[in-house]
Design a protein around this ligand. Sequence first.
Ligand code: NAD
Length: 257
Amino acid sequence: MFNDLQGKRVLITGSTAGIGLAAAKAFIRSGAKVGINGSRNESCQKAREELAALGGDVEYFVADVSKSEQCEKLVSAFVERFGGMDVLINNAGGLGGRRGLETIDDEFYDHVMNLNARSAMMVTKFAIPHLRAAAKASGKTTSVISSGSIAGREGGGMGASLYASSKAWLHNMHRNWVKEFTKDNIRFNVVAPGSIDTAFHNDKSQELIEKISSTIPMGRFGTSEEVAPTYLFLASHACSGYITGQIIDVNGGQMAP
Ligand code: NAD
């Protein structure tokens, strides 16, 4: 059932580490062609080497997706290299720092919103013509999948109001895009991870990590490898061709919306 990812052209933003890198590995193992992205050359190169060792067709594209003009260049470079696009995964994102409401200023607002909201919107905007063309050519749906967050559902931790809200913004953007682009045979879904063991949590003490773990029914953080297959499922027309506009929570039972 999953073999329809064979040869699919998949762009994954923010894929030099963590969930994005694990997703890239999963797509390569499913026979897809994968474009990875990060904002730094060295980490892109390192991730590409790791992925090329798996034997797949993979290329890296350095771009800071918090900047619109770099989103446009990223999509153009990907399409030039792979000849089109079947799947877009908007995964780049991050906390961007912690601040209480009284210390949020315009600069911090722009930083967090550009990283998590503008990035996904702009990459999607530039990808749409290619996803539309690929859907038309294949007669199957193409797919946009974004990394949302449990924070977008429950408000986020202390100091993370903007991050959490940027993810809620992203969740809702997808619902709107379903209305605009389903006629073009493009599907839009969100993967909403709970607490996943990546560099995202580097600012937390071991004590805090244990405290959070105790609130998760599965009693531990998830791994990136446990999140990655959900992107495969949502990318596969055979598996999820009738699923669009959904938020799929991968959180060990941390929240059941
Ligand atoms: P991570 O820090 O391990 O990886 C983030 C990736 O994004 C890296 O490859 C990094 O190079 C890239 N990136 C960061 N800023 C970028 C930019 N401006 N342009 C291009 N690439 C950029 O984090 P992760 O935990 O794997 O997070 C991946 C996604 O999942 C993020 O959107 C994050 O918000 C979301 N998420 C993570 C968790 C978690 O617990 N780890 C929970 C919910 C949501």
